[in-house]
Design a protein around this ligand. Structure first.
Ligand code: HEM
Length: 543
């Protein structure tokens, strides 16, 4: 574990650049070889009728440079999201390009996005090839994000039971507990030694709160002990950081190069530790539930209500008859899909509320009225109902995810042809993608898209919008299973922060580049000043 300290990671990452020339040569040779093999020895080039191919060829799109297509235009990593945005503006709602022999079609209108993501006719079309298979596939394997077909369908149905209304009500207590620890941690930073007016990052503390929640909900780790969750945080962070590094360096997608790279050793050691923690928890739960019937059996016997709330997800998986490998894959998936997404959203939310104090004030009024109501705040827990009532805070979260939709690209490899409209059918074999941030900044759907306007999400305004114009959680059969969980968790963290602090920032939106890692990631953490609020609660008065 010691050898996996973040400092070491940066040292190793630095060595990437000393090897860069060797890798550049390797990548050029490898890509040339791949091109030659695909061009001359493979029949996998574009499927579809001559008419479709002609149509695809006629679509606009960045042609870029031979072999690498628009990768050259996207080489400036800090600007890459803006470049993709510009492609949509320049080439319209559907455009195409090729990288090596792979054809990509990108759509950025709501009806076309619906045709891609809304269909269940395709069975469950595979997730995007490159990143999913080569990079994320190593961690998530056959988990929900990366699997397809019957396996996906059965697992999705079972795992959905971990996100029902009854389960969410149970998690609410835990969200509150972890959010209170977050407030204590923030207090110790801003009220401890040092300049009380200094602006500081808070991202690490928000992320730590996120992992505590996931550790307890998914793995059943008791976060009161703190130690286990901290270990999980350290190791999950290393796996994630290295994965991000790899996403930025396409030559590391090539297994031969990756396996020789020093980062891969670090990656596999961290992954082993992560899998070790999960395996330990699986064994623990197996022991604890040795004598209780597996859920599948009890349902058959009609003894358990469908809607029984979930204790934790390992228990749900074990009792539903998943084997150890399946549990490992799904737990890794939930940790990766559920931890940095939500905490990243809270980080962006705090930033946007600090930039828009008038909305911070409206949210705070909502929050205070819940905290001051003994029916809504009992035994130091904001109830599920209280959180559901915080409508303006919810609109601020939705608006935050419009501007920063963390999981920004939904790519699909077509297993069978896909009809986009009456005239156009995309052939099997190509990769089609929807970039939600381009839809979210389309003035046709969101006038003045650069402005923070939570009222866009008032019910009357939502009704007027195409259902596929807004999709931070994707839409359709493969939408985010954790959407309600994420909104409830974000609300709880934000409510506790706003109850205790006034939030300021000295950063501006353009100061920090947003990087297209696996998730949208600010190039550096935003800086905040948190001023402790003085409030007297009804409970205080009664005491
Ligand atoms: C703000 C927070 C979150 C955002 C923005 C988000 C976004 C998304 C998006 C866009 C997808 C679709 C990806 C695609 O189609 O390629 C997705 C899928 C998924 N998300 Fe989330 N997510 C969030 C939180 C969570 C949480 C808290 C969990 C679990 C605890 C979770 C678990 C999953 C899983 C398992 C899938 C795959 C679903 C499937 O393919 O059936 N997510 N998420």
């Amino acid at each position: 574990m010691d050898e996996l300290k973040t400092k070491d990671y940066y040292e190793v990452a630095a060595s990437t650049f000393t090897h860069i020339r060797v890798f550049m040569i390797a990548i050029i040779i490898a890509t040339l070889l791949k091109f030659v093999v695909q061009k001359f020895f493979s029949s996998k080039d574009e499927n579809g009728s001559a008419q479709t191919i002609k149509y695809l060829e006629s679509l606009p799109g960045p042609r870029g440079i031979p072999l690498f297509g628009p990768l050259y235009q996207l080489r400036n990593y800090k600007n890459a999201l803006r470049t993709l945005q510009k492609f949509s503006e320049d080439y319209g709602p559907i455009y195409t390009f090729k990288v090596l022999n792979e054809r990509f079609v990108i759509v950025s209108s709501a009806p076309l996005a619906q045709a891609v993501l809304g269909t269940s006719e395709l069975g469950h079309i595979s997730k995007a090839p490159v990143v999913y298979e080569n990079v994320l596939g190593e961690i998530l394997r056959e988990g929900l994000v990366t699997s397809s077909g019957e396996h996906w369908k059965t697992h999705r149905k079972i795992l959905s039971r971990g996100f029902t209304y009854k389960s969410l009500r149970v998690y609410c207590k835990l969200f509150n507990k972890c959010a209170k620890t977050l407030v204590c941690n923030l207090e110790s930073v801003f009220q401890g030694n040092g300049d009380a007016n200094e602006y500081r990052p808070i991202n690490r503390m928000i992320h730590y709160c996120g992992i505590e929640i996931i550790a307890e909900v998914v793995l059943g780790i008791d976060t009161y002990s703190g130690k286990e969750a901290m270990r999980l945080y350290d190791v999950a962070k290393i796996v994630k950081n290295i994965t991000s590094q790899r996403t930025r360096a396409p030559w590391l997608y090539i297994q031969g190069i990756w396996k020789l790279h020093p980062l891969s050793r670090k990656f596999y050691s961290a992954l082993d530790i992560l899998n070790g923690i999960i395996t330990q928890m699986i064994e623990k739960h197996k022991k604890a539930h040795e004598n209780s019937p597996r859920l599948a059996e009890t349902i058959k016997k009609g003894q358990v209500e469908e809607e029984e709330p979930c204790g934790n997800m390992i228990e749900l998986m074990y009792r539903s008859g998943f084997n150890d490998e399946e549990i490992l894959d799904e737990v890794n998936t939930m940790i990766n899909a559920g931890f940095e997404t939500t905490s990243g959203a809270v980080h962006f939310l705090m930033f946007l509320l600090a930039l828009n104090p008038e909305h911070q004030l409206i949210c705070r009024r909502e929050v205070d009225s819940a905290f001051n109501d003994p029916m809504q705040y009992q035994n130091e827990v904001l109830s599920y109902e209280a959180l559901s009532e915080m409508k303006h805070l919810e609109r601020c979260i939705l608006e935050t995810l419009r501007i920063f939709p963390l999981a920004f690209s939904m790519m699909r490899k077509l297993d069978i042809p896909l009809k986009l409209d009456e005239k156009l059918e995309l052939p099997a074999g190509i990769t089609v993608g929807v970039l939600n941030f381009t839809l979210h900044s389309n003035p046709e759907y969101f006038p003045n898209p650069q402005e923070f306007q939570p009222d866009r999400f008032l019910p009357e305004n939502c009704r007027k919008r195409h259902p596929y114009a807004y999709m931070p959680f994707s839409v359709g059969p493969r939408n985010c299973i954790g959407m309600k969980f994420a909104i409830l968790e974000s609300k709880t963290m934000a409510a506790h922060i706003l109850r205790n602090f006034e939030v300021f920032t000295n950063d501006k939106i353009g100061d920090v580049a947003i990087l297209p890692d696996i998730l949208m990631t600010p190039e550096r953490d935003y800086n905040f000043l948190l001023r402790k609020r003085m409030h007297v609660t009804i409970t205080d008065l009664l005491e």
